[in-house]
Design a protein around this ligand. Structure first.
Ligand code: MN
Length: 476
């Protein structure tokens, strides 16, 4: 019997009990007679070609069984607690191209489920379970606006199907991580932290941003066994640091890093489906200027305030404002802003400098599910609407804390023309920062009964960064 999965020596052994426990937690929330049916992800071709994207499993499917192949279905019979996996019946000639085809009993061993059948047996097997109702998954992803992929198969209309019960239950279970899941997240955050440190040591003026990106990818994969990163790497230097989703196809991390640039590198590995999401901001040449230090420490104060105050019961919307206040206060001390900080927030100055929310739930999805479930506080109106959740924190949640300060021409121009906002800026000073780019500090944290456990281990203070970039080689 195989009882874990890993990418080999030196990488984390993920126990199959992680998924068994998720199934058990799910079954405990459901009733006998209900059978959960999920459809896994399918292989996707590049347009009309026979080249496929490297397969990535759908996250709810991973959560419930950890199955890594495309074209599968899964059923959980609540009455017996038994997990049934359905794998595609592949033609024999696939062996020539794909390697040996596994038998159902081999799949059973690999994934530790009670029963394995072929997908073409799905209807018959489900009938034999005599369910009162099949529970399928359908519900909104509050980050993308898209809908979870509901199981569809020939013969489903012969069953009584409910697609409303399951979604809020399973999404809520995904919000609170088990100790086994936390171990995986600890690992992927550690690997990603080390990869960021390698990038900091490597970066210097004259390189191209993507060369820094490649060091991150290399460390995550070669050392950590992370075949994927969790999202497209954002490697902005200089003015690109103010482009929040820099790194996309039309801006592929291809600018030369210059002496005097700040680097804003947002990258996270992925292991066993679990995501890290870490941002480091540092001077390309290893030494902060006074201006860089001012902005960096404003953001660091925001991070520190949240790490200090976040604990179970605290509202995420309050944490967002706590971060904004700390940052604005420091920028005021630094003479970029003037006036009363509460009034600045009233007039949206915080949203000019940090147009995004404080952070988000993290797990199998980088913007993890559960931000706005029916039983949770609804999305606020106004500036706080951009937050990915308005929930009160609970022990077992994993979130990012990612305050930032950016000099985005479009937003600054707007503020300069708006007397309500303009009055809070010392424009002579602020205009010197046009082209500066931005600073973001993003940590991945676990909420515990006592507060925050930071899963991110990178140099964070100005002194730590300068010391590490000067003397950090061979840091292991
Ligand atoms: Mn993030």
């Amino acid at each position: 019997m195989i009882d874990s999965w890993s990418m080999g020596p030196g990488t984390l052994e993920v126990p199959l009990s992680l998924f068994a426990k998720n199934r058990q937690r799910l079954a405990e929330k459901l009733q006998s007679g209900q059978v959960v049916v999920l459809q896994g992800g399918d292989s996707i071709s590049h347009y009309d070609t026979d080249i496929e994207y490297v397969f990535r499993q759908e996250a709810y499917f991973t959560w419930v069984c950890g199955v890594r192949e495309p074209g599968c279905f899964f059923a959980l019979d609540v009455k017996t607690g038994k997990a049934h996996l359905f794998v595609p019946r592949l033609p024999e000639e696939y062996e020539v191209w794909m390697g040996k085809l596994l038998t159902p009993s081999e799949f059973k061993k690999i994934y530790g489920v009670e029963e394995v059948h072929y997908v073409d047996e799905l209807t018959d097997v489900l009938k034999s379970l005599k369910p009162d109702v099949l529970l399928t998954l359908s519900g909104p992803n509050s980050d993308s606006g898209l809908t979870a992929k509901e199981a569809v198969f020939e013969g489903i209309d012969e069953f009584n199907v409910d697609n409303e019960i399951l979604f809020p239950i399973i999404a809520e279970l995904r919000v609170i991580k088990t100790p086994e899941e936390i171990e995986v997240m600890r690992y992927v955050c550690k690997i990603s932290s080390d990869a960021h440190k390698q990038v900091m040591l490597f970066t210097r003026p004259g390189l191209i941003e993507y060369q820094c990106e490649s060091v991150f990818l290399d460390h995550c994969y070669r050392v950590g066994g992370c075949r994927h990163v969790s999202y497209t790497c954002i490697c902005g230097s200089g003015h690109n640091g103010a482009t929040l989703h820099y790194g996309h196809a039309a801006a592929p991390n291809a600018k030369m890093v210059h002496d005097g640039d700040m680097c804003l590198f947002d990258m996270g590995g992925n292991y066993a489906g679990y995501a890290a999401d870490i941002t480091c901001s540092f001077p390309a040449n290893g030494k902060f200027t006074d201006d860089q230090k001012l902005i960096y420490e404003a953001v660091l104060k925001a991070r520190d305030a949240v790490v200090r105050e976040a604990k179970p019961g605290v509202l995420w919307t309050d944490m967002h404002l706590t971060a904004n206040r700390a940052m604005l206060e420091h920028l005021k001390e630094g003479n970029l802003l003037k006036g009363d900080v509460e009034k600045m927030i009233e007039h949206g100055v915080n949203g000019i400098l940090q147009p995004h929310g404080l952070g988000h739930l993290l797990g199998l999805d980088v913007h993890d599910v559960g931000g706005y479930l029916p039983h949770c506080p609804p999305r606020e109106r106004g500036p706080l609407a951009r937050l990915r959740t308005a929930r009160a924190l609970q022990a077992g949640m994993v979130l990012t804390i990612e305050p930032g300060c950016y000099f985005i021409a479009r937003l600054l121009d707007g503020a300069q023309k708006n007397p309500q906002q303009s009055q809070f800026f010392n424009w002579d000073r602020v205009n010197q920062f046009r082209g500066f780019g931005g600073v973001r500090i993003e940590d991945d944290v676990l909420i515990t009964e006592n507060g925050v456990e930071n899963l991110t281990f990178v140099p964070r203070t100005v002194e730590e960064i300068e010391d590490f970039m000067a003397n950090g080689a061979n840091f292991k």
